[in-house]
Design a protein around this ligand. Structure first.
Ligand code: NDP
Length: 324
């Protein structure tokens, strides 16, 4: 039996609070794997973080070996095998998009450096904190001794949301739907692509009108987060934590046969997407690695959507280029 070190940043926040308990209970790596859990927060949230650590103690989870609550990144990333980078600066009143990018760039460049200096060389990093794709790019660029392929950003909530919408529309179960892709940036420019998707082995495009896909499905997936904030008064948290678990679990244990998932990863130029950005592609995971699904036919509508998301990510990169 081995011990894995798992780091969560922003661990006293909404998503971190869900994630910590699910991971510590063994839902990520299984009951056989012992866990050293390292929780990172900003100094102002340390009291809250210590409260979370006390609750984790009180759960008496069999696979939880140690809990470290800290505001020191070098402590939090020491020997880290899996990092969930959740903490990020939220958009404040009157804040420009560039301010948000720059504020987060500072956080993620410091964390990239700490990962480079202290983490396991085979670390797997999932960035959840927004703007997630560009935050992942910054962390990756600041960790030159770690493989770029260790850095990913979360598109899985968008993927899961799209599965749920399609399942409801086709009277199917989410597990009946395969080969769906969310391309691009985790923003409203993401592109939920159903052209290759199947429901019980039938092509989705043969079952549902293009009008519903373009005018109902795509906007509702893109705007689901805003809709939840409107109803709950808070942004989605449990579903985001659940998607983060799905992302890392599939990365570690592999994707199901005859299916793929959406992960934002360093672009290698596939599908004509510029290298040097973190872009979501359809991927298959095996033996702890991911590979982009190649040679899918991209029609004219999809091509426009893929390029629009790429353009947004290139613009985000321009705003923080001096920090790369
Ligand atoms: P949440 O836990 O709700 O969200 C954390 C981040 O996840 C936000 O950037 C949020 O983006 C993002 N996110 C990505 N996808 C989703 C999704 N689908 N639904 C909702 N959120 C998503 O934020 P809290 O404010 O509750 O907690 C953040 C914590 O991070 C705080 O405790 C803060 O102290 C901490 N923090 C820690 C840092 C560190 O460890 N160095 C640095 C900065 C902050 P969005 O804002 O767009 O909703």
């Amino acid at each position: 039996m081995s011990i894995k070190t798992i780091t969560i940043t922003g661990a006293a926040g909404q998503i971190g609070y869900q994630l910590a308990f699910r991971i510590a209970s063994g839902q990520l790596l299984g009951q056989e794997e012992k866990i050293n859990l390292k929780l990172l927060e900003i100094p102002a949230a340390l009291d809250a973080l210590n409260g979370v650590a006390m609750e984790l103690d009180d759960c008496a989870f069999p696979c939880l070996e140690t809990i470290t609550a800290t505001d020191n990144a070098s402590v939090a990333f020491q020997d880290c095998d899996y990092a969930f980078l959740v903490g990020a600066k939220p958009r404040g009143p009157g804040m420009e998009r560039s301010d948000l990018l720059l504020g987060n760039a500072e956080i993620f460049s410091a964390q990239g450096k700490a990962i480079n200096a202290y983490a396991n060389r085979n670390i797997k990093v999932l960035v959840v904190g927004n703007p997630a794709n560009t935050n992942a790019l910054i962390a990756m660029s600041n960790a030159p001794e770690i493989s770029p392929n260790s850095f990913t950003a979360m598109m899985r909530l968008d993927h899961n949301r799209a599965l749920a919408q399609l399942a409801a529309k086709t009277d199917a179960h989410v597990t009946d739907i395969k080969k769906l892709t969310i391309w691009g940036n985790h923003s409203t420019m993401q592109y939920p692509d159903i052209y290759h998707a199947t429901v019980n082995d039938q092509k989705v495009i043969n079952l549902i009108s293009l009008d519903w896909i373009k005018n109902t499905f795509i906007p509702s997936v893109q705007q689901r987060g805003a809709q939840i904030i409107k109803l709950r008064g808070l942004s989605s948290a449990a579903s985001a934590a659940s998607a983060a678990m799905d992302h890392v679990r599939d990365w570690v244990f592999g994707t199901a046969d005859n299916n793929w998932i959406s992960m934002a990863i360093p672009s290698d130029g596939s599908y004509g997407i510029s290298e040097g950005i973190i872009y979501s592609f359809p991927v298959i995971c095996t033996n702890g690695s991911y590979e982009i699904v190649q040679a899918l036919e991209i029609n004219e509508f999809s091509e426009i959507c893929l390029k629009a998301s790429e353009a947004e990510l290139l613009e985000e990169r321009k705003a923080i280029e001096h920090l790369l």
